[in-house]
Design a binder for this molecule. Sequence first.
Ligand code: NOJ
Ligand code: CA
Length: 604
Amino acid sequence: MATTEQTTPTPDALQPGTTVHVGTDTAREWWRDAVIYQVYPRSFADGNGDGIGDIPGITARLDHLKTLGIDAVWLSPFYRSPQNDAGYDVADYRDVDPLFGTLADFDEMLAGAHARGMRVIVDLVPNHTSDQHAWFQEALAAAPGSPERARYIFRDGRGPDGTEPPNNWHSIFGGPAWTRLAPSSTADGDAYDEPSPQWYLHLFDSTQPDLDWNRPEVRSEFEDVLRFWLDKGVDGFRVDVAHGMVKADGLPDWHGHVSMVDGGTADEESDPGAPEDGSTGAGNSGPMFDQDGVHEIYRDWHRVLAEYDGDRCLVAEAWVEPLSRLARYVRPDEMHQAFNFSFLTTGWDAAALRRVIAASYRANDEVGAPTTWVLSNHDVVRHVTRLGLPDPGVRPNGVFATDPQPDEELGLRRGRAATALMLGLPGSAYLYQGEELGLPEHTTMPNDVRQDPAHFRTQGAEAGRDGCRVPLPWSADEPGLGFGPTGRTWLPQPESYARYAADVQAGVEGSTLELYRSALAVRQAERLGFGALSWLAGWEDSADVVAFRNGDVVVVANLGAEPVEVPANVPGAGELMLASGPLAPALDEGTVVVPADTTVWLRA
Ligand code: NOJ
Ligand code: CA
């Protein structure tokens, strides 16, 4: 048996070691241990055959989610939108875009989810609107200095003729964060025949103008939007760019750079953070992010949600580090959860994972919030692909066909092991549609079909996020792999997707779909989401193994290249509850051999 010296356990290896997190009360709010599945509506299932997923498509597939065993669904935006950023550019916050259906379709979907015991969280995009939103159109038609302009961040340009932007900020999608108004858009009394001196701020695309959250009118409007969806019965909101809504006074110049997927690099003055705090470089910094003023907004929203029954919740999309800073968003009177991007951006490294896990509990336990876990979403390269790249720690914004290609088999093995590790952790976990199929990123997508504005605004330097947004394969033998009734798909599916189709995995032992179903069932039965976590004695410093005890379950993840033998030295050890991949035969009775890139759950 090949075991490395470093990972050979001591005789009491399965005894609890350092306690990292004490268990929490199982009778508390539903979201504390929830597994929440992200539906990206345009790529989940197409009901009407136009090649774009829609709400009736989701309703028709609710049983897939039910049998998967998730607790709640989070829907990315389906509101009225010109779709310049796939719906994160909202033109009307109180209506469904005709592309996705109608408000009645939404009600039906919500009722269907509730009838199956699943909750529904919707996406709220408060940092910016679409340029097609009535407010922005009114702002363009109004004069500089008007109340209509004041809802957004308009400033005069710098330089003698206002030809320079008001400050040096860059858009997260690339290019400048300011756009100067064209002469035609400044009908403020006398028409300009010269360009206007006025520019507007957009941290993302130029069609996504940032709102000014200092304005009471902006605040009351969004409280009203919250109530609109709460009254419909939604169970919570995922809050987009939750760390960006308030900008530093005076909008000072900044010399750092921000990036969509990894936070970018801070300027020289900022502290990159000691690894012990779990930081991975996932935090956006600069005068446009994580300003103290944002917390006042969330205290207001907390009060709005508290007026409703059913433990409605707010989850922050905030690329903030260190984790102690992120935890400020989930103080008892603010939001309820925040995505743990420090975990997502930790590579395939046992010591780094232990550090980020410990730091996550330290920070969240301090404020009484559940720690959350996530490996994939619609903005990052899918985790089975990241973990199959030559360096699994890199965080590219998409993969080009001309880039070094991932090792698909290795990535899938590691991806399954990473998921089994994540779902064994106390707290709440987020899954991204398709990961239950082991779906890889589309890494050979032709550039001429790409749609992500980040690809265009970086002049093609970044592939962008289309590769993780490809329509799901439901049936291997149908056109478009069963995405919809006509075979049309808004992005092409790679050939390999037929192998991953849901219908070829359902009921097949060892498939990724059955692994997810089993993991979620055991997690639920054992109440792992509420458990306590302690590192297993003897493994705390292992270079290759992350091993912990959560209640009555022991989780051993072997990230190394050699198999590791787990001894049967506690009562019940050897009862295998879950394995992310095939196991090698054990040499001694009662022991379990965990192969490379594999995670097991054992009855402790
Ligand atoms: C974060 C969202 O997840 C991403 O998809 C979007 O492009 C930006 N926020 C801008 O809304
Ligand atoms: Ca459709």
